[in-house]
Structure formats: C-alpha cells, structure tokens
Ligand binder design. Structure first.
Ligand code: C2E
Ligand code: CA
Ligand code: CA
Length: 611
C-alpha cells in the first residue's frame, strides 16, 4: 500500500531542495550517526533517508548497498506522516507492507523503526531509520528516545551544514563555495567524455555595479542581483542549477559533449541577456559577458576552471561579444602584461634595467647624420629584453608612464650634455606620451631639466603621437605652446596611423612630420603606400613641415623617398639604434656617408660634391 502524500508536500519538497542534500556525496558526519544508530539498537541496517518527489534518497546508508529506492515502496514515506517514531515489528504480517518488494525480495525487511527528520518549521524531510531482516519487538521507550535523539542530531547537522554558508542570502542561490565543491564533484564523476563546462555570467562591470550601489543604494543593487539571476535562469537551456559567485556574477555547470553543443547552448543562454534590467520600474543598463571553460583542457580543478571561465567572461565583456570560450594564449598575454606592469616600478628605480639607444637620423640628400632618436630599452631581470612597443602602451594605461618619461629625459639630457661638452652638437629626439603633456607642471619640469644638465633647447626635439587616451586637448595645447617657447621643437610621430591625422597637423605646433614605418617598409613596391607617402610629403611641405621617414630598410626605399622629396630618414639601412659609445664610433667612422659602406644609395648632382 502506497503512503499518501503529506498535506504540506510542496513546502516540504521546497525545504528539501533548499538544504541541497539530494545527490550530494556521502559525508562522514552522517555516516557516524547511522553507525551509532545500528550499534545502539543492534540492527544490521541504518539509513538517513530523504523523501524526494518520487524516490527516497539516502544521505547515509549503512548495511544497504543502494543509494535510493522508489518512493512508493519506502517505509519512510509512511514515517514522515507522523511526528513520532514509526514502527513495524514484522512487515510480513502488516497489510501495508506484506507485498512490498523490499519485504518479499531484497533486502527482506521485517522490522522497521524510523524517526522523522523535522525542520524547525515543522516539515518532515525524511527519517533516520533502523531496519532488521528478522521480526523484532517494538522499540522500548528508551530505545525510541535514543532514535529521536539521533534524529535531532541529524537535523542539527543538516541545519549547521547550511549555516556554514553555502547560500547567497539575497538571491537564494548557492554561492561560490558550493559552486567550487560541485565542480569538483562533477569532475570526479566525469569520465573522459562528456566534458564538463564551467560557465560564468558577468551581468555588470565591477565599476557599474559599484556605481549602482552607490547611486541607487544597496537595496536597489540587491534587486538588480535578483532580477539578473532571474534573467539568466529564464534563458538557461536544460535548466542547470545557477550559482551566485560575487556581485552581479553568476555561474553554472553543464555537460558539454562537444564544442558545437556548447556553442549553441551559449548562444541560446546569452540571447537578449544584455537588455536593460528593470528594478522597481527603473531600467538599469549594464555591460555583460559570458565565459566558458572546459574540463579538462582549460583547467585541471575547480579553482582553475572558475578562474578560466571568469577570464573568458571578462574578455567577452571587453570585446562586446555575448560569450567567449577561454583562450589560453590571450590569458597568458594579459598575465604577462600584468607582470610587466608590476615590474616596471622597480625597473625605473634599478640602475641596470633601462638603457637608451640612439638611432641616427640622416639627411637623405647629403647622407649626413643630422641627429638621433633616443629609444628606450628594458632588459627585464628574468624575461630579458622587452620591446618598448610592448611596455610603453601598458604604462600608458596607468599613471606609470610619467616616471618612465622622467627616467628617459634624465638619461638622454645627461648624454646630450656630455656630447655637447666633447664638441658633438647633435640634435636628439625624445619620445613623449600624450599623457606626459597632461601634467600641469610638465613644461616647467622640462625647463628645470634643461637648466640642470646645461643642454641648449635647440638640441632637443620631442616626438609625440596622437593618442586616443588624450583627455584634455586644451591643457595639452597650452603645454605645447610653453615648451615651444622654451625653444624645443615637436615632431608628429607615427604620422598616418592615427584616426584624425590631418586635424592633428592643425592642432600641434610641430615643425616635423614623421611618416610611420608601416607606410615606408614596402614603399618600393606598394602602389597605395606610394600614393599615401607622396601626398603626405607634398601636403606637409606645403604646410611648412619638414618630413622624416622611419623604417628605411632598403636602398630602393631610400632612393624612392629621396626622389620624392622626403627630407630626413631613419632605418636599419643606415643604422640600427646604437648604444652611445657605438653611436660615437659609427659617427667617427663616417656614419652613413662613409664611402666604404656597401649598398650605398646613389648620390646625385650637387649632393655628390657635399657628401
Ligand atoms: P617609434 O617612435 O615609432 O620608433 C621607431 C621604432 O622603429 C623603434 O622601435 C625603432 O627601433 C624601430 N626601427 C627603426 N628603424 C627601423 C627599420 O628600419 N625597420 C624596422 N622594422 N624597425 C625600425 P623601438 O625602439 O622598439 O620602439 C618602439 C616604440 O616604442 C617607438 O616607436 C615609440 O613609440 C616607443 N618608445 C620607444 N622609446 C620610448 C621612450 O623613451 N618614451 C616613449 N614614450 N615611447 C618610446
Ligand atoms: Ca618616435
Ligand atoms: Ca613609428
């Protein structure tokens, strides 16, 4: 005979789900209690049984090999109707159980006694029960009392286990600790296939969430979390369990048999995820990004997988993609960037990590050296030489470019001063970042440095590149003017690579335009580059600028540029950037005009005499 369904069944099942016990791995604490029950009451079988919708599932099962049975045969399904110990002395004589397969077949139950596991709000989740294969008298009052005490212990354990903090109070979802445990469990169950995917949903950038909490209050931020959780849950195909990981960040686990299945799952889960979220009628607009990491390729354990999926979600948000698979190469790049940035601080203070090299600038007609460009070199103590093309843009993303510029200015001005004292009057160009020019005191610092090293301002040029990072054009322009008044000239660097190169010419009080090597390198053969460079040279000349080309690697390019009126050139053909002593030696040996050099470009007309 089947047990009837308790009147409070819905609440009972909801409570059971909330405690998150079903299908969890065995835990010692529960097994100790069933062992104690079996010993105290001298029976071969003791169980902690939870009555689920249509099964009973054993959190602990001593003396019985199965982890669950159908609810319709469960003695415990009867026991949860009462509030006290439920007993059957001989099941073969009880019409409710005599034809029950658990009685007629394995394990051949005869005696049963179960005490309900009752929550503090009066819901019976299941029982702790003892079972024998032979009939026995009913438990004595003392024995019943023992079983009731054991039931109370199990309930204390269940409630304490939850209090340890596996739930996020605002959303009611399991938290990150639970997620990590569940990932680990899934991994231990995972065979080679199906692979487990860890998915992370970022529903707001961290600064957006902070702003939301600050401007609209924490109650509103809580509402946002609840609504965001619902937004995600409504979209998850197959309804996997959703976890709350941190502010506005959620996660779930799913089986991902192959990449296509994962991709279509992610497409479905992220469709429309970014629509404004209504909180008390206020539409809240945030960025979002979803990331997925696969076991075993993207991580060997729960922590690694969660980190990988979080990184992927961040990449999706940055790239404005709905979702991203974890990309190890990209991740390594950003970890490297992080390490470099961190190591730049001590590098500036160290004496042996930064150096300046000087690349000659050549008058294309006379082949004479008319100056040099100071280029920074960083030899990282572990990673070796790092290109400034890698670390300068990193430093520009933080406030850290200013101390680097200071280092370069000091080192270069000291060198220029030494050269000047030894009779070598060479104009030297120093690269600046636009961020330098945003500092109010930049021009006065320059004036002080020129003074300190005794360098005449006409020996210094600044090369500046247009920067998307430039915040305050007015401020920058004022700095330009003041530096010009000191007698220093500006070159517009990397010309042609920026967004608004032409308007730039109008804004910067420069005297030189420097064409980027990207247009120069293939100049001898590429029609488009030829058109671009020729018109730049003409335009710059008409506006009164001198023109420098960088990246000259072949005689053909050199000749082309000279023929088309470019004034000055820089490139590996003439010389690589050199340390100061090597640069001096190169000059003493005649520089690029030296007749001993192979592969010299032709000298023409009047130039031939002067060279
Ligand atoms: P940039 O200002 O455009 O400098 C020219 C780059 O091209 C240099 O690279 C130079 O070594 C390289 N180069 C010169 N001739 C040739 C050639 O014929 N072929 C090729 N392929 N390359 C050539 P480097 O020294 O690696 O510097 C890269 C960038 O880093 C520079 O580009 C500049 O933007 C930045 N940088 C370098 N030093 C400093 C510095 O002291 N301060 C700042 N703010 N930026 C710097
Ligand atoms: Ca430059
Ligand atoms: Ca360049």
């Amino acid at each position: 005979m089947k047990a009837s369904i308790p009147a409070n069944e819905q609440d009972r099942l909801a409570a059971l789900r909330r405690f998150e016990l079903l299908d969890t791995p065995p835990e010692d604490a529960f097994d100790h209690i069933t062992r104690l029950a079996a010993k105290l009451l001298n029976v071969p079988i003791a169980l902690v049984s939870l009555i689920d919708e249509d099964r009973q599932w054993f959190k602990s099962h001593l003396g019985l090999p199965v982890r669950e049975t159908a609810r319709e045969f469960a003695f415990c399904a009867h026991a949860i109707h009462g509030n006290d110990v439920f007993m059957v002395a001989d099941a073969t004589l009880d019409p409710r159980f005599s034809d029950n397969p658990l009685v007629t077949k394995d394990p051949g139950i005869r005696f049963y006694a179960g005490a309900p596991l009752r929550t503090s709000d009066g819901l019976n989740l299941g029982t702790i029960c003892v079972i024998d294969r032979i009939p026995r008298p009913m438990l004595t009052p003392d024995e019943q009392e023992a079983l009731r005490n054991l039931s109370a212990m199990v309930m204390m354990l269940i409630e304490a286990r939850q209090a340890v903090g596996y739930l996020h109070p605002v959303t009611g979802l399991s938290n990150r600790f639970r997620f990590l445990k569940d990932i680990d469990n899934a991994l231990t169950e995972d065979g080679p296939a199906p692979r487990t995917a860890v998915v992370v949903f970022d529903m707001a950038a961290s600064d957006q969430y902070a702003t939301l909490a600050r401007s609209l209050g924490h109650a509103m931020a809580d509402l946002f979390e609840v609504a965001a959780a619902r937004r995600i849950a409504d979209r998850l195909p197959g309804r996997p369990k959703l976890y709350h990981l941190s502010a506005a960040r959620f996660g779930c686990l799913l089986p991902a048999p192959d990449d296509d299945a994962l991709a279509s799952w992610l497409d479905a889960a992220t469709a429309g995820l970014g629509a404004p979220i209504l909180c008390q009628g206020v539409p809240i607009v945030t960025s979002n990004g979803t990331g997925a990491a696969l076991f075993p390729s993207d991580g060997a354990n729960a922590l690694e997988l969660l980190r990988a999926a979080t990184t992927a979600a961040h990449q999706a948000m940055e790239g404005k993609a709905p979702w991203c698979r974890y990309d190890a190469a990209r991740d390594h790049a950003s970890q490297r960037a992080f390490h470099l940035l961190r190591d730049l601080v001590p590098a500036v203070a160290a004496t042996d990590q930064f150096r300046i090299v000087y690349q000659p600038k050549i008058d294309l007609r006379s082949r004479a050296c008319v100056g040099s460009e100071a280029l920074l070199r960083w030899v990282h103590p572990e990673l070796g030489p790092i290109s400034p093309a890698e670390f300068i843009p990193l430093a520009e993303r933080t406030a850290f470019v200013r101390p680097i510029t200071d280092w370069v200015l000091n080192a270069t001005l000291a060198q220029v001063a030494r050269w000047e004292k030894s009779g070598l009057r060479l104009r030297t160009s120093i690269n600046l970042s636009m961020l330098d020019l945003e500092a109010d005191d930049f021009s006065s610092r320059i004036a002080a440095l020129l003074d300190r090293y005794g360098v005449p301002p006409d020996l210094i040029d600044f090369e500046v590149t247009e920067s998307a990072l430039m915040q305050d054009r007015g401020k920058v322009n004022r700095q330009f003017q003041r530096i010009r008044q000191l007698g220093i000239e500006f070159e517009i660097d990397d010309f042609g690579t920026g967004q608004s190169a032409l308007s730039y010419l109008k804004h910067i009080p420069a005297s030189v335009v420097k064409i980027d090597k990207m247009f120069v390198q293939a100049l001898a053969t590429d029609r488009n580059d030829q058109i671009m460079v020729r018109s730049t040279i003409d335009l710059a000349h008409e506006l009164g600028f001198r023109v420098v080309a960088e990246g000259i690697e072949t005689v053909e390019v050199y000749d082309w540029l000279r023929t088309h009126g470019c004034d000055i050139g820089q490139g590996y053909l003439m010389s690589r950037p050199l340390e100061a002593p090597a640069f001096e030696a190169w000059l003493r040996a005649g520089g690029f005009a030296s007749p001993q050099r192979p592969n010299q470009p032709a000298l023409c007309g009047a130039d031939a005499q002067s060279a």
